[in-house]
Design a protein around this ligand. Structure first.
Ligand code: PLP
Length: 399
């Protein structure tokens, strides 16, 4: 394969929504990816927090193979056993409610927003519809989701936005209280702001948010698209905060690389959807659900994967903190939970990402100045050592 020709054709035929690295990947296994030229890479990005079990995990591969031979897609006019089984497992592992399946994080959030609107319109006179979300948040790229997102750079050029969203600083209870009016219907937050630079709330924040919602009759929507399915060391990040949401959205890690989204809502909210009110052609099809079920069962079956996520997360975090001590002029902060970690630099970080790429390490840069590390939960200590030694070399050169 002639790389240059392929890259030229990419430019000719693919819309330029991404600035891509000049590499073509053809194979993956666990933490590793191989390019068409045979170069090996260690994947600390995992398809942006998607491949929770690594590339081509045997249980995921077998689930896809088996189901692809039996039944790939049917309409939601009919039942499929895997959709029901997956919904049951999700509810059993989270909170009592019902599930709507879709194909992505944006769609899962879109469903949550539409469900909330319908619930509010049925409950009252339509006066309460506003959703408070956080500044610096990220909720996806549909029109409703960019309107919910609290970052101008995702909204610019797409105005007019959907009305009904109000943004407050993340992790600031006073501002949240001040923004709450008789129009407020819900609060929608990420447990950790992933795209916003891996921003972790202070202890007690979500407990206070929950109390505030209860006191004012607000629905709490948690966007666990990035934090869910074990990434933070618990199956869902809200478990760290000793609360439960009323609606939760999932996607990224749920299918282990196969596209699927899910919106889970308490029964009294879920009933706002009735036949015809919302739908998705592909949502919850047998192949997607059989795959996600295999992922969920593997992540939850004996607790080993989650405890490894915590253990490796601690090792990685401590190693990054070690770098911070050595390079105090470049590294400002190390934060995150489990295997969703960020390292904030005093400067723009794409240069470091590029240097890592050249040395066969995949990471990315969020919020311009924060390196994000979200490897598969099957990451090994020696992979972390390799990452740290490469970062050490790059930072030494920079300082
Ligand atoms: C990635 C992400 C989304 C959007 O998911 P897509 O599958 O890209 O639509 C929404 N919310 C959060 C918190 C995310 O990290």
């Amino acid at each position: 394969m002639e790389i240059k020709k392929v890259l030229d054709e990419s430019q000719q035929y693919i819309m330029e929504t991404y600035k891509r690295f000049p590499v073509i990947f053809i194979k993956g296994r666990g933490m590793r990816l191989w390019s068409v030229e045979g170069k090996e890479y260690l994947d600390f990005l995992a398809g942006v927090a998607v491949n929770v079990l690594g590339h081509c995990h045997p249980k995921v591969v077998v689930a896809i193979q088996k189901q692809a031979q039996r039944l790939i897609h049917i309409s939601n006019f009919y039942h499929n056993e895997y959709q029901i089984k997956l919904a049951k497992q999700l509810v059993k592992n989270s909170f009592v409610g019902k599930v709507f399946f879709s194909n992505s994080g944006a769609e899962a959030n879109e469903a949550a927003i539409k469900l909330l609107r319908r619930h509010c319109n049925q409950q009252g006179s339509g006066e309460r519809y506003e959703i408070i979300t956080a500044l610096n948040s990220f909720h996806g790229r549909t029109m409703a989701c960019i309107s919910a997102t609290g970052q101008a750079r995702f909204q610019q050029g797409f105005e007019p936005l959907l009305p009904g969203f109000r943004h407050v600083p993340f992790n600031d209870m006073e501002e949240l209280k001040k923004a709450t009016t008789d129009k407020t219907a819900a609060v929608m937050l990420e447990p950790i702001q992933g795209e916003g630079g891996v921003k972790v709330p202070s202890e007690g924040y979500f407990k206070e948010v929950r109390e505030h919602c209860d006191k004012n009759g607000l629905i709490l929507i948690l966007d666990e698209v990035q934090t869910g399915i074990g990434r933070t060391g618990k199956l869902f990040a809200y478990e760290h905060f000793d609360i439960e949401p009323d609606i939760m959205t999932l996607a990224k890690g749920l299918g282990g690389g196969f596209p699927i989204g899910a919106t889970i809502a308490r029964d009294e909210i879920a009933k706002a959807f009735e036949p015809g009110s919302h739908a998705s052609t592909f949502g919850g099809n047998p192949l997607a659900c059989a795959t996600a079920l295999a992922v969920l069962e593997t992540v939850t079956e004996d607790g080993i994967i989650l405890s490894e996520c915590q253990r490796m997360g601690t090792i990685l975090k401590n190693s990054l903190l070690g770098l911070k001590e050595q390079f105090p002029n470049i590294i400002v902060d190390v934060r995150g939970m489990g295997l969703l970690l960020g390292m904030e630099l005093t400067r723009e970080c794409s240069q470091v990402v590029q240097a890592c790429f050249e040395r066969g390490i995949l990471i990315n840069c969020t919020a311009q100045n924060t390196l994000r590390f979200c490897p598969p939960m099957v990451v090994k200590e020696e992979d972390i050592e390799r990452l740290i030694s490469v970062l050490h070399e790059i930072l030494t050169r920079l300082s």
